[in-house]
Ligand binder design. Structure first.
Ligand SMILES: [Zn+2]
Ligand SMILES: [Zn+2]
Length: 387
């Protein structure tokens, strides 16, 4: 396959996005190509996950990961490869991640000799599904005993091909919360006869922000956002119930644990003080995505290696408060999560923010990303990490 074929493949994936754990068409496409190129292929891991392995000489191996899922979002682009699937869109570039890793897999499969064993992992459910953890649960890391793991994410805030990463935390730990406030409904003009859950929930929103600004060391990166406030049906009835939903993100799990505990206490105290009851539940815990310093060095050296003429620009990334389930893999093994610039003049959607209905992966990145993946493999097996 030539680069033009991978561009066609990427646009086909973009036109046929699939939500988390429903990536059947995408997984079939991935598996059939890997099989054709001589990989040992396992399918159906955590539902739709695909793992391909190319055995090389030597005892060392490397794990390369791409995510496959799309988002629940109506695409607003009007180019020919716009999503054919209403309300579902590749707005996070995972169509491109799959394509770059496939293009790299193709190039690696054509080599006569490999410096070590290469595992390519195509995972489902990155967007809020903790697909990486689900693959670990069904034995991913026993199947792929690798010395290091790497992942790339297209990044619209950087020029096409620029490499950005950092040792230590690059993505935040996160947890989502649901606070249910139960009061007692009444006439809007007779609040004294009921218990208003709306005013109590409003106090909670204020109090939760104080946990960030007044109880957390200002040097600790922590953000709490209430993103949903649901209550009531009409304008003259105090409802029985109010529900708040949102997320906490931090660069350390201790800050999140402290805030969760204090949210519980505050929700119950404020509810009690106002004659209501509160229930707080947490779900979807993601760990910090923390890079290993040696793996970041491998990633940076790969960008500067002879594979790229001229070398790819390398910048030190600040940590991001977004979360990423590759963190589950980096809890278990060394590795690096690397951002690769997506913004370029040839595609006006390539600089739109991730998760925007106008975002598009930049096809100019396919050959760059494929060669970069190869350079990471080569540099890794030459490095002390693989020694
Ligand atoms: Zn995303
Ligand atoms: Zn993403």
């Amino acid at each position: 396959m030539e680069i033009e074929d991978f561009v066609i493949l990427r646009r086909d994936l973009h036109a046929h996005p699939e939500l988390r754990f429903q990536e059947f068409r995408t997984a079939d496409c991935v598996a059939s190509h890997l099989e054709a190129w001589g990989f040992e292929v396992d399918v159906g891991l955590a539902g739709t996950g695909v793992v391909g392995t190319l055995r090389g000489k030597g005892p060392n191996s490397i794990l390369l990961r791409a995510d496959m899922d799309a988002l629940q979002l109506q695409e607003l682009n009007d180019f020919p490869h716009v999503s054919r699937n209403p309300g579902v869109m590749h707005a996070c570039g995972h169509d491109g991640h799959v394509t770059m890793l496939l293009a790299a897999a193709h190039r690696l499969s054509q080599r006569k000799r490999l410096p070590g064993t290469i595992h390519v992992v195509f995972q489902p459910g990155e967007e809020g599904g903790a697909g990486a953890q689900r693959m670990i649960d069904v034995g991913l890391l026993e199947r792929c005993k690798a010395g290091a793991a790497f992942a790339l994410h297209a990044w619209p805030q950087l020029p096409v091909g620029t490499i950005a990463s950092r040792p230590g935390p690059i993505m935040a730990a996160g947890v989502r919360f649901i606070v249910t406030v139960n009061g007692r409904g009444a006439h809007a003009a007779q609040p004294q006869l009921g218990t208003d859950p709306i005013t109590t929930a409003a106090l909670m929103i204020q109090q939760f922000q104080l946990l960030v600004s007044r109880e957390t060391d200002p040097n600790v990166a922590l953000v709490l956002s209430v993103c949903m406030f649901q209550a009531g049906e009409t304008d003259n009835i105090i409802p029985n119930q109010a529900v708040l939903r949102g997320t906490i993100r931090a660069l350390g799990s201790q800050a999140i644990a402290n805030t969760m505990e204090r949210m519980q206490q505050m929700a119950h105290l404020l509810a009690r003080a106002n004659g209501a009851e509160a229930q707080v539940t947490f779900h979807q815990h993601y760990p910090v995505t923390a890079n290993n310093a040696d793996a970041v060095t491998v990633a940076f050296e790969a960008a500067r290696s002879a594979t790229h003429k001229p070398p790819l620009a390398v910048v030190e990334s600040p940590p991001n408060m977004t979360s990423e389930d590759f963190g589950f893999i980096l809890e278990r093994m060394k590795g690096a999560y690397v951002l690769i610039g997506n913004a370029g003049a040839s595609n006006r959607c390539s600089a739109m923010p991730l998760h925007s209905p106008n975002f598009d992966f930049n096809d100019d990145l396919i050959p760059i990303g494929a060669r970069y993946w190869e350079a990471i493999v080569d540099r890794y097996f030459e490095s002390e990490m693989a020694a």
